[in-house]
Ligand binder design. Structure first.
Ligand code: 0RA
Length: 643
């Protein structure tokens, strides 16, 4: 049979269920964001997660031990697992191969295996047919019964029937696809983004081996993620650069009412709370009932233990939640067959029964652990007592902040040159390093919508300080007052933010990058929501000015400089290297760095908060290299801002 014959044959078997399929595909291609969140870098990488999630489900069902991800030339990616293989037999209702149904019918995922325990992919969980619909082409190979079954699709439409193309031992599913550039433009797969997700999945699902291989020219590399220790390994990884106050991570696991629960936590010698919660492998950024259950049980159990063992002194008050979370790093993971997601970003677990069962499981098992490990228990209780005392000191400092601060009559800092626009979404604030650059920025700005706040010198390293000290730092108080949001767990309110964009503008040198990191650390630790909702940006001042006669151009990196000098010819050109913002006059600063029409600013995004946290804890050392790494990982270029 020729290929043409085969396709004719195939076309004849088209029937009414295909019309449904075409309608489904059309809906996905018309509004991709409805299915995958967005069509930016995030949605693009989400396609891979969607495919991997199916393999993870197969692994959680106990049939798959390894998942391989391979990045190939031309934005092609392959996901391979050693599970049972997607069934290929004829589906009784649809009268087509089950494989074809899975690949083309929306939400068909686990349809013919209702018994199986499908948990992953709850957030978007749209099924692989969506990936297929948004791919220029997709090919699936299924290894079953000694055969290799194969089907190819183009923009979601099968172009042949499922057929046997060879023989091979073993079972598994191999999916290869190329995201459609009509939908995603020029986005390329990012090795780091994908390997962070794989690492996270390996932590959350201990015993599954996940590999990633970059087979693209000039990019060759490979990583394997496999953690026997699961969540404990996760917590230890997050705290890699911190000092734990007890020897081993505390690990608690169990199942209640059919819901598997896993919790790992430890205390370090610092002050930040680092708690990450997951439902079905999805990071619940906004928390939810599983997190509430964890918090309640932790506070109550530590209080009970302290009382029972006479560890409280006469004047000690019972611990409050924040006392038992200072220096705490924890991961809470539950798997739920019917999760309800709520909240602004649909990342808050709503199922009310979960709070109680997490609470009772942790309560019982932690009490037992503390009894059996009195030395660890004592260290933890002492740590909480220090926090509790500091909390009272912090409250005093906060009151002080309110009273004596560098605020003018309107409650704004005197150093702030505000803009006239009062609508937050229409305005932006530049946090500028140094008074001289601050002066140029004030003169160069468009005062209608751009506010300038000059910062003097280095702001406090919040990574190494407790809240009372942070609140008494002048630069930090000035930033908080200018933004209008307040600060801290009880007071921070993102709705009060006075500007739509917060743009950090520092010199392009080592000091500048240090200051930028200090400011970012502050936002990440105390106003994380602003980072998570994409409000924080980094200005990109030019590194060079190239002048030839009256003609002038700016280069923002060395590659640009090369191409400009090549274009203008090497003779008679003068190159000025900017060492700081202060070397630009107000007009130049406006033209190159602040004018929304020509500027480039980088939006700071956080996909994997645990990784950002780890990086921040490394960053605060004196090394320059890790800081650069942060910017490369988390700051994405934004152009043509619609102001
Ligand atoms: C349902 C039933 C069976 C396998 C799968 C789903 C399956 C799906 C995917 C998606 C990616 N990899 C996968 N591996 C397996 C098997 C039913 C049976 O053999 O009895």
């Amino acid at each position: 049979m020729t290929k043409k014959d085969m396709n004719e044959d195939f076309n004849q078997s088209y029937n009414s269920s295909n019309i449904q399929v075409l309608k489904g595909l059309e809906a996905v291609r018309k509004r991709p964001a409805m299915y995958i969140g967005d069509t930016t870098v995030r949605g693009f990488h989400h396609l891979v997660s969607e495919v991997i999630d199916n393999s993870i489900d197969e692994a959680l069902a106990g049939y798959c031990s390894q998942i391989d991800l391979i990045l190939e030339e031309d934005n092609v990616v392959t996901v391979k697992d050693n599970g049972r293989g997607i069934p290929v037999d004829i589906h009784p209702d649809e009268k087509r191969s089950a494989l074809e149904v899975v690949m083309t019918v929306l939400h068909a995922g686990g349809k013919f295996d209702k018994k199986s325990y499908k948990v992953s992919g709850g957030l978007h969980g749209v099924g692989v047919s969506v990936v297929n619909a948004l791919s220029e082409w997709c090919e699936v190979k299924v290894l079953r019964d000694g055969n290799i079954y194969f089907q190819r699709y183009e923009r979601g439409i099968p172009i042949s029937e499922v057929k046997v193309i060879g023989k091979r031992k073993g079972t598994g599913t191999i999916t290869t696809f190329k995201p459609d550039s009509e939908v995603f433009g020029k986005i390329k797969f990012n090795y780091e983004t994908l390997s962070e997700r794989l690492r996270e999945l390996a932590f959350l699902n201990s015993g599954i081996k996940l590999t990633i291989t970059d087979d693209r020219k000039d990019e060759k590399k490979s990583d394997t993620f496999y953690f026997k220790g699961g969540l404990s390994s996760f917590v230890e990884y997050i705290d890699q650069n911190r000092v734990c106050i007890h020897k081993k991570c505390i690990y608690i696991e169990g199942e209640r009412e059919g819901i598997p629960i896993e919790i790992a936590f430890q205390y370090n010698d610092q002050y930040n709370e680092n708690v990450y919660s997951y439902v079905n492998n999805i990071h619940t950024v906004e928390g939810g009932t599983h997190l509430s259950g964890f918090r309640t049980a932790l506070t109550r159990t530590l209080n009970n233990y302290g009382v029972k063992n006479n560890l409280f002194k006469k004047d000690d008050a019972p611990f409050q939640g924040e006392d038992v979370r200072e220096g705490l790093t924890a991961v809470v993971s539950v798997k739920h067959s019917d999760p309800q997601f709520e909240g602004q970003t649909k990342t808050k677990l709503g199922n009310s029964e979960v709070k109680g069962i997490v609470e009772s499981l942790l309560g019982e098992k932690l009490a037992l652990y503390l009894e059996e490990n009195p030395a660890v228990a004592k260290k933890i209780i002492e740590k909480c007592q220090l926090s509790s005392r500091a909390r009272l000191a912090a409250r005093k400092a906060k009151e002080l902040t309110r009273r004596k601060s560098a605020l003018n009559g309107s409650g704004l800092p005197g150093k702030l040159a505000d803009c006239s626009e009062k609508e937050p979404d229409m305005s932006e604030i530049y946090l500028v390093e140094g008074d001289s650059a601050g002066g140029s920025a004030k003169q160069g700005r468009d005062r209608r919508f751009q506010a300038i706040l000059p910062l003097k010198g280095k702001i406090l390293n919040v990574e190494k300080a407790r809240i009372d000290k942070i609140l008494s730092n002048d630069e930090i108080r000035t930033i908080v007052a200018a933004l209008g949001t307040g600060i801290g767990l009880d007071e921070f309110d993102s709705e009060k933010l006075r500007y739509g964009k917060i743009i950090i503008m520092t010199d392009a040198d080592v000091d500048g990058s240090h200051i930028r990191t200090l400011i970012l650390t502050f936002f990440f630790r105390y106003m994380r929501e602003l980072v998570e909702t994409g409000k924080v940006y980094i200005a990109q001042p030019p590194l060079y000015r190239v002048k030839k006669g009256k003609h002038e151009e700016y280069a923002y990196n060395d590659d640009e400089l090369d191409s400009i000098t090549e274009r203008l010819g090497k003779t008679g050109i003068a190159i000025q290297r900017y060492k700081g913002l202060g070397e630009m006059n107000p007009e130049q600063l406006w033209q190159t760095t602040m004018n929304p029409e020509n500027r480039t600013i980088l939006q700071v995004t956080i996909d994997e908060a645990y990784e950002a946290d780890r990086i921040f804890s490394i960053l605060m050392g004196d090394e320059v290299e890790p800081r650069r790494e942060f910017i490369q990982k988390y700051a994405k270029t934004v152009r043509n801002l619609d102001i």
